[in-house]
Design a protein around this ligand. Sequence first.
Ligand code: HEM
Ligand code: HEM
Length: 176
Amino acid sequence: MSSATLSKYDPFARLLHWLIVVLLVAQYVVAWTMPDIHRGTQPVGLITWHLELGTAIIAIMIVRIVWRFIRREPDVVEATPFMRQVAWLTHILLYVLLFVEPVLGWINASSRGWSVTLFGAIPLPPLSATGSALGHEMGDVHQVVAWALLGLVGLHVAAALFHHFFLRDGVLRRMA
Ligand code: HEM
Ligand code: HEM
């Protein structure tokens, strides 16, 4: 398949992709600027933003995962079987971490006794009991997975730019 005829992802898939990019960039900026969270910290200000952005990411990822199963797949890109598997694995891991990471944060927030909402309006159920030791530990896991997700995103963006500037094979335009 030549680069000129490579089909694009459908418009809804592209919208969801770039919406998550914007929300995720905002989420890291908020996560690194919000006040340190200790025992007894109240979820106000930037911390509220962190929770709201995070639950919005979960909601959009659920739509995105469903869409991935029902949409028409774009054409297969010409690549070695190994490269194809690396790309497939990176995409699947991105999907998994983009869902698991905010859920870990939610579990930790529940263990702090914080009420978590969607879009600031829809109350979500607690995922752990207040004071739960497991919920506490999930806060540490949440911080580690945040770095893993960031590393994976870095690899993904580097690959997209490599396709565009070195391979010049039209892969970047499939999502643009
Ligand atoms: C993809 C979405 C998310 C990303 C990338 C993310 C990222 C992060 C990062 C990087 C930190 C560490 C901040 C620091 O260094 O001080 C953090 C902490 C935290 N996040 Fe998230 N977060 C996400 C979603 C959520 C959600 C949905 C919730 C809750 C509803 C949440 C609750 C928390 C809490 C409570 C902490 C403090 C954890 C602790 O200190 O034990 N996060 N998050
Ligand atoms: C927060 C950052 C990002 C995340 C979480 C992310 C996530 C993803 C995921 C999960 C896919 C697989 C799509 C699917 O099969 O449904 C994908 C595809 C793609 N992304 Fe990203 N992406 C990010 C940033 C970017 C950026 C900055 C670029 C461009 C420089 C980019 C370019 C692409 C391209 C070209 C594809 C399609 C690859 C193909 O043709 O198979 N992404 N992205």
